[in-house]
Design a protein around this ligand. Structure first.
Ligand SMILES: Cc1ncc(COP(=O)(O)O)c(C=O)c1O
Length: 485
């Protein structure tokens, strides 16, 4: 979220935060955008902030996010104990680094890395950082190979579905790679294999396959992409790698669909990212990127950093970061094991499928995704009922449910959907309340009763771009709301 400095003269009455109570002893107003001149007691500051945050949505009812909102008490405790550790201080906190090493090893094996390959990987802040690192490795590998062959190594491009999350668009822009988007259609909301192959040429650094589209939760046909690229190599001699964006699916598919080949079992899949803070079941702040083999990560990108008493290999966009999310990821892997993750994912999937089957009983709802891949339900309204998915989302918000409405990516923008992400915390009881409330909201709208309209679809809270949640961003909101998170 980009924040802007607001001219004080524009603030008028908004210049001060004026708590009505906070603490009986708090008698003065507190400046909103300036550092107060004087200190205040810790308990007063706590109460002020605590109260103000009540305006946030309820995380349990936030069905917009893929990000974990509940962990075991023991995980909370471990995270609190390690909050003070900086994961970059390798010499000072060698055991935290050891836990990262263990996680990378466990994930590489979970993703079918052959034992004779020296897979490498690292923790990141989330899938976005992981994707930037994965994208950079593809770009550098492509450039080196082109230069070694004495060929033009400018104008790299990356082929991906128009349904990619915004971080891919960011990667392309920040690192000067031409994004080549495979358009969607009203019938297909993921990448098309033939359509993708038509965009690949000798300047293509890689093809992205998404294991769990942000828009619908569907898995993209990664094995088919791989087979098509094999044929392309045979016919044209182009060796184009696949990066799998398994931000959400990386902790779902291995447990619910172990026979599905999307990972390092396919030799063409050279790198994978996954968000530990999504179905890895850790609070926000951890992702992972893995390369099938050390050779997939050009050594020029790795920095040997001398820092605080030791020299260590580093590949990241940032430097300091908290160790607690890495520790929490290790906790979950240890605590749940494979059978524990499987049980959680089965429960989530059952709930998602149950919600889908209940909603499917209504003839005014069309299911776009029914929890078959990720535990995500995506629904559209049938025909032209005289109200939109955005109206429905707004009514549900009045009940506390955060169920985002958005338009599909190009060229399927005329399809408007609502998406329900099932995570731990959405019990079957709550799910049946949700189904009831969706039905009641549709009946209410169909009865012609009005609902406060969002300003426009682009300004309504497309997940991943919570436009207009703060005073500053309300004023300066970017009109561009692309992918969802
Ligand atoms: C498919 C996909 N890729 C990447 C991301 C970005 O992930 P993160 O929020 O971990 O940076 C998301 C977020 O929802 C996603 O769904």
């Amino acid at each position: 979220m980009l924040s802007a400095k607001v001219p004080l003269e524009e603030l008028n009455d908004d210049r001060m935060v004026v708590p009505t109570y906070a603490k009986r002893g708090l008698s003065q107003a507190v400046p909103r955008y300036e550092i107060p001149e004087d200190a205040m007691p810790a308990d007063v500051a706590y109460q002020l902030i605590h109260d103000e945050l009540n305006l946030d949505g309820n995380p349990t009812l936030n069905l917009a996010t893929f990000v974990t909102t509940w962990m075991d008490d023991e995980a909370d405790r471990l995270m609190a104990e390690t909050m003070t550790k900086n994961a970059i201080d390798w010499d000072e906190y060698p055991q935290s680094v050891e836990l990262q090493d263990r996680c990378v090893n466990m994930l590489a094996r979970l993703y079918g890395a052959p034992e004779h390959h020296r897979s490498v990987g690292c923790a990141t802040v989330g899938s976005s950082e992981a994707i930037h690192l994965g994208g950079l490795a593809m770009k550098w590998r492509w450039r080196k190979a082109r230069e070694a062959a004495g060929k033009d190594a400018t104008k790299p491009n990356l082929v991906m579905g128009a349904n990619v999350q915004v971080c891919w668009e960011k990667f392309a822009r920040y690192f000067d790679v031409e994004p080549r988007y495979v358009p969607l259609s009203d019938e297909r909301f993921v990448i098309g294999v033939d359509e993708a192959m038509a965009l690949v040429d000798e300047h293509t650094i890689g093809v992205v396959g998404i294991l769990g589209s942000t828009y619908t939760g569907e898995y993209e046909p990664i094995a088919a992409l791989s087979a098509a690229l094999d044929r392309l190599e045979r016919d044209l001699g182009l060796d184009v790698p696949i990066h799998v964006d398994a931000a959400s699916g990386g902790f779902v598919a291995p447990f619910l669909a172990p026979e599905l080949e999307w990972d390092f079992r396919l030799p063409r899949v050279r790198s994978i990212n996954v968000s530990g803070h999504k179905y890895g079941l850790v609070y926000p702040g951890v992702g992972w990127v893995l390369w099938q083999d050390a050779a997939d990560l050009p050594e020029e990108l790795i920095f040997e950093v001398d820092y605080l008493g030791g020299s260590h290999a580093n590949f990241s966009l940032n430097f300091s970061r908290g160790a607690s999310q890495i520790v929490a990821q290790y906790y979950n892997l240890l605590r749940l094991g494979k059978s524990g993750y499987k049980a959680v994912m089965e429960a989530l999937s059952d709930t998602a499928r149950w919600i889908a089957s209940e909603l499917a009983r209504r003839d005014d709802i069309k299911l776009v995704a029914a929890g078959t891949d990720l535990p995500v339900v995506c629904l559209a309204l049938v025909g032209s009922p005289g109200f939109s998915a955005f109206d429905l989302s707004a009514i549900l918000r009045q009940r506390g449910w955060i169920v985002p409405a958005y338009k599909m990516a190009p060229d399927a923008e005329n399809v408007e959907v609502l998406r329900i992400v099932v995570r731990e915390g959405l019990s079957r009881d709550l799910a049946s309340e949700l189904v009831y409330d969706i039905g009641a909201a549709i009946d209410h709208l169909a009865g012609g009763r009005s609902v406060e309209q969002p300003a426009s679809p682009a300004a309504s809270p497309a997940p991943g771009h919570r436009v207009g949640t703060s005073r500053v961003t309300r004023a300066k909101a970017s009109p561009k709301t692309r992918a969802v998170c």
